[in-house]
Design a protein around this ligand. Structure first.
Ligand code: FAD
Ligand code: NAD
Length: 473
């Protein structure tokens, strides 16, 4: 006799959303989660709420305020003297934001009658989970369910030349907890985390050098956008060194010296703090995958089919621990879909139109394929671009950097990719995702009335530009 219809392992945006959707569908649900947050207190929300999306954006916003007041307010005729920064207060605000959201998930669990089984989950079979508490007052228990959803997420990847001690050499979690602005900051990896957190600490006054192993900058982004973003970030003061192969690190009084090779030449960089942001890896530690025959792929992700079914009957896996982009909204969508599948519905997640956002400023956002990808596939395409310089609202805001680029099929006009580098690109991209979700064309956006004056008019103009009829450029 099973204790539950569904047991979810992991309460990040994949797991907690799956649990809530299961409960909404009338399934008796438990969620196993062993995360310990501030003060060693158990917390729900996973990477995203505790050490990912949310705390990074809380600091990001604080850093925007600081940069705006200290550097850009004068452009609006506002002079402010004696601007001071208190990193302690910034960090406390961030912690409060995190706490209110993680407590919110606990409240949602209660409301939906989901049992939170505090501890780390280990599979004993396709229907059985052993829960080992991560607090001293918890008790070990074994629970059974008709279905299991694994949502154990990911952890930062490591590289041997830069061992993380969370003091001088840190990963993203350490980089969100600095108690003062480092005078000099090194970042290994010019990916999403490197650029976001590098930008946060640069805005707050650090001199930031980013070492990136690849010769290309943001190869997954459309090249037009990546080139423009690279120029802008360099102008802002991020010193991004491409083709830099890190070979070692050496502790120095009050910092660390990083050795690296650039174009075959040995180089050194001494900084107060070093962030290692070289990607994340799926987290299957402690699950007992080998013991129960749960198949992993060559890179350590749990193997799943298009519906997130694993190699074990009635066991599903979602989010960062399976193939596809490591993004919170992708994890949540899979969580909803698996819950609905278990309840007998026929859901579908379209991984081709998962939007990406990189929270630099201006922001980078895209959905669908890049021009270089489509050309490599031999697709016949047409493109339309609109520079933010020509947007009335962007001018009024003093945010004229960037461009919107749309790519459509040359024959059918179906939208194949939309790429934005602009203020608020994270919000603007939603229109493109909706259009592509409905199989929309550039003409559909061109025929849609956009409010004036808004940044969204740049989407309209880029769509008009696909057929050579942009009005304002
Ligand atoms: P996770 O959020 O990693 O949650 C997994 C949970 O499972 C954890 O709570 C863990 O404790 C638990 N767990 C693991 N093993 C067990 C076990 N055996 N038993 C019980 N529990 C277990 N994505 C975005 O979309 N937008 C962003 O802006 C963004 N910013 C980010 C910023 C940073 C600094 C980082 C690090 C990540 C960011 N991400 C962002 C990525 C995002 O956080 C992840 O894609 C997302 O959290 C994945 O969700 P998940 O539910 O799959 O896993
Ligand atoms: P990433 O894959 O985005 O970037 C890692 C970068 O490090 C790459 O450019 C890679 O070439 C480089 N690199 C790898 N090894 C290196 C080495 N030895 N020396 C120098 N450079 C090296 O990974 P990330 O920035 O760590 O982020 C991990 C994931 O977390 C992201 O891919 C994303 O899925 C998620 N995330 C998303 C957001 C968001 O949605 N805004 C924010 C943060 C994190």
């Amino acid at each position: 006799m099973a204790d539950y219809d569904v047991i979810v392992i992991g309460a990040g945006p994949g797991g907690y959303v799956a649990a809530i959707r299961c409960a909404q569908l009338g399934l008796k649900t438990a969620c196993v989660e062993g995360w310990l947050g501030a003060g060693g207190k158990p917390a729900l929300g996973g990477t995203c709420l505790n050490v990912g999306c949310i705390p990074s954006k809380a600091l990001l916003d604080s850093s925007h305020h600081y940069e705006h007041i200290s550097r850009h307010a004068k452009d609006h005729g506002i002079s402010v003297q004696g601007v001071e920064m208190n990193v302690g207060v910034m960090q406390k605000r961030k912690d409060k934001v995190v706490q209110s959201l993680t407590l919110g998930i606990a409240g949602l669990f209660k409301k939906n009658k989901i049992d939170w089984l505090q501890g780390s989950g280990k599979l004993l079979g396709a229907n059985e989970v052993e829960v080992n508490p991560t607090t001293s007052d918890g008790k070990k228990q074994t629970v059974r369910a008709g279905h299991i959803i694994i949502a154990t997420g990911s952890v930062p990847a490591r590289i041997p030349p830069a061992p993380v001690d969370q003091k001088t050499i840190v990963d993203s979690t350490g980089a969100l907890a600095f108690d003062a602005v480092p005078g000099t900051l090194g970042v290994i990896g010019a990916g999403v985390i490197g650029l976001e957190l590098g930008s946060v600490w640069r805005r707050l006054g650090a001199q930031v050098v980013v070492l990136e192993a690849l010769d290309d900058f943001l190869p997954a982004a459309d090249k037009t956008i990546a080139d423009e973003a690279f120029k802008t970030l360099i102008k802002q003061g991020l010193d991004i060194r491409l083709g830099a192969k890190v070979t070692g690190t050496q502790a120095r009084d009050g910092g660390v010296t990083v050795s690296y090779e650039l174009k075959g030449e040995k180089q050194e960089l001494t900084v107060e703090k070093l962030i290692v942001a070289v990607g994340r890896k799926p987290n299957t530690e402690g699950l007992n995958a080998a013991g129960v025959g749960l198949k992993l792929d060559a890179r350590g992700f749990i193997e799943v089919d298009a519906d997130c079914r694993t190699s074990l009957p009635n066991v599903y896996a979602i989010g960062d621990v399976v193939r596809g982009p490591m993004l919170a909204h992708k994890a949540s969508e899979e969580g909803v879909a698996v819950a609905e599948l278990i309840a007998g519905q026929h859901p579908h997640v379209n991984l081709d139109i998962v939007p990406w956002v990189i929270y630099t400023w201006p922001e980078i956002a895209w959905v669908g394929k890049s021009e270089q990808q489509l050309r490599a596939e031999g697709r016949e395409i047409k493109t339309g671009s609109f520079p933010m310089m020509a947007s009335g609202r962007a001018k009024a805001m003093n945010e004229t950097g960037g461009v919107v680029k749309m790519i459509a099929d040359a024959r059918t006009d179906e939208l194949l990719g939309v790429h934005i580098f602009a203020a608020n690109a994270s919000e603007l991209i939603a229109e493109a995702v909706l259009a592509m979700n409905y199989g929309g064309s550039s003409e559909d956006i061109a025929l849609t009335i956009h409010s004036h004056p808004t940044l969204a008019e740049a989407m309209h103009e880029a769509a008009l530009a696909v057929s050579g009829r942009a009005i304002h450029f």
